[in-house]
Design a protein around this ligand. Structure first.
Ligand SMILES: Cc1cc2nc3c(=O)[nH]c(=O)nc-3n(C[C@H](O)[C@H](O)[C@H](O)COP(=O)(O)OP(=O)(O)OC[C@H]3O[C@@H](n4cnc5c(N)ncnc54)[C@H](O)[C@@H]3O)c2cc1C
Length: 493
């Protein structure tokens, strides 16, 4: 009989692992605590508006193609390439920067602030591309059997990249560009890795290569949740049951194996193997009692910033804004230094706005816009009290209205705010950290919580806080890696 795999959590990592395993013949079931599948990749339908709750775009779209190719199915949603990738509004500048994938166009955008931008950018992106291609199969898309294996793989990465491990992201940009604005714009991506560009290793400049040259940015026609709907449809076809509103509370083990898990209603669920899509570090501490991941130790790890998100349905068309936009203040370095450590909500916050209705009109009623605003804030280790959420939301809405020259506050039809407290409770994100464990050199490869449990022979992990890391295409790669391990260690029959 086919082996049964029970997946705890229906985030993208859990769903894509379920797809791969079910198409290989495993008997798969998913338990999910939330009332909808998708985890952070979720949807909110309210007052005739449809919002993407978390992710709004992604790079490395070919990882989705690989996923569906691997199961012999056409991709069940329509990819939509973004160009410009995004706009950047910096406080006090008399212009908005449009960031194009196409370098000649981007050069025109920057010609007045950075001389010879195009040739500098080509040189910078060439080097960033070399780091990407030299680590893609040696580090990112590889399972490690312990630290030694990881170090051996690292030793095969060409030595010329070594200085980049000791230099900061920002220092690398300073070697290539003079304009402060160009450096600020190219360094924004560092915040998604869980640190500031001033303390993120320069190797991660490779992300600018993946975005600006390699594959660009993509979203999905009809909204990002089409990914979850598409995968869920295929899972249904394969007979995979997703049981919602079911939180796993206990893991029952015997002789080095997990035999079952118990949910909050006291029901027991047995299987031959188990895949945890909840946070791989926190789960080990909270459900398996591992000392290495007890709360004080978890608190000492580096976590990505928490999300403060606002979902606005607004009457009227807002012309002064594009689909993806960053709104920054004029104190970048100081902001970066304090944002991870401040116990109070940021003053003059930096934020990102996605207006899905610009390219998906069906997400909003006629002549309305739906706005998703994301302001990265300190996690709940630093700022546990969010009773001031209303004030921060009002400040952001006011600031945005002034900067796009539209009375947003006066035209709100629908408004929802999620603080890190809601994010933590909806999806069990550790202390509200939005993207899970950060990606400093001490938390990647075999130094990240592994995708195979240290003690239980039939327990695996997939998702943002295990190898290779966070972000939609990266957790899809993670699903491939964990499936390979399962295939080797627990073949389907
Ligand atoms: C606001 C925001 C914006 C983002 N934007 C982007 C973006 O634009 N592009 C991008 O690539 N990435 C983005 N990300 C990151 C991306 O969302 C994540 O890296 C990715 O979705 C993580 O997927 P995952 O597989 O780890 O699962 P998760 O989304 O973490 O899902 C895990 C699931 O497990 C469930 N679960 C947990 N514990 C239990 C339990 N005990 N019992 C049952 N179920 C349980 C949770 O409810 C959840 O549904 C964003 C994240 C956030 C928060």
């Amino acid at each position: 009989m086919a082996k049964k795999a029970l997946i705890i959590g229906s985030g993208l990592g859990g769903l894509s692992t379920a797809l791969r395993l079910s198409y290989q013949g495993y008997n798969v079931e998913i338990l999910e605590q939330h009332h909808t599948p998708g985890g952070r990749l979720n949807t909110l339908k309210k007052d005739d508006f449809t919002f993407d709750v978390g992710p709004s775009f992604f790079s490395m779209s070919y990882e989705f193609r690989e996923l569906f190719d691997s199961i012999g199915e056409p991709i069940p949603f329509e990819l939509n390439e973004l160009n410009p990738l995004y706009t950047v509004n910096i406080q006090g500048r008399d212009r908005v920067y449009h960031i194009y994938k196409d370098l000649d166009r981007l050069a025109k955008e920057f010609e007045s602030i950075e001389s010879d931008f195009e040739s500098k950018a080509r040189k910078y992106l060439k080097r960033a591309g070399e780091v990407f291609h030299d680590t893609e199969y040696r580090i990112i898309k590889k399972n490690f059997n312990g630290i030694l294996h990881y170090l051996l793989s690292m030793s095969t990465v060409p030595k010329k990249h070594l200085p980049k491990m000791f230099r900061s992201f920002w220092a690398e940009l300073e070697r290539n560009f003079e304009s402060e604005d160009v450096k600020i714009i190219f360094s924004l991506v560092a915040f998604f890795l869980g640190a500031t560009p001033f303390n993120t290793p320069s190797v991660y400049n490779l992300l600018n290569y993946t975005e600006l040259q390699h594959d660009g940015y993509w979203n999905v026609k009809g909204g990002m949740y089409k990914i979850v709907e598409g995968i869920s449809g295929l899972l249904e076809k394969k007979g995979v049951k997703i049981t919602l509103n079911t939180r796993v509370t206990t893991v029952n083990t015997q002789n080095g194996k997990v035999v079952s898990v118990t949910d909050a209603n006291g029901l027991s669920h047995t299987a031959d193997l188990f895949v945890v899509n909840a946070d791989a570090a926190a789960f080990r501490g909270q459900f398996l009692g591992r000392k290495k991941y007890a709360e004080p130790k978890l608190d000492k790890l580096e976590w990505t910033l928490a999300p403060f998100t606002i979902y606005l349905g607004v009457k009227g068309r807002i012309d002064g804004i594009a689909h993806h936009n960053y709104f920054l203040g004029n104190n970048f370095r100081q902001y970066a230094d304090t944002i991870f450590r401040s116990e109070v909500a940021p003053e003059k916050p930096y934020y990102y706005v996605n207006v899905a209705s610009k390219s998906n009109p069906e997400c909003a009623p006629p002549d309305c816009e739906n706005l998703f605003i994301l302001c990265p804030v300190p996690d709940m280790r630093v700022k546990p009290d969010w009773s001031d959420a209303g004030k921060l939301a009002d400040e952001i809405i006011q600031d945005l209205g002034e900067r796009v020259n539209y009375d947003i506050a006066g035209n709100i039809i629908s408004k929802t705010v999620y603080t890190p407290v809601e994010w933590a409770s909806m999806f069990s994100l550790y202390k509200g950290s939005g993207l899970g464990l950060a990606h400093g050199m001490k938390q990647i490869g075999a130094l990240r919580p592994a995708n195979k449990d240290e003690e239980m022979n039939n327990l695996y992990y997939v998702g943002a806080s295990t190898h290779p890391g966070t972000g939609l295409p990266i957790v899809v790669i993670g699903s491939k890696l964990v499936t390979e391990r399962i295939n080797n260690e627990h073949p389907v029959i």
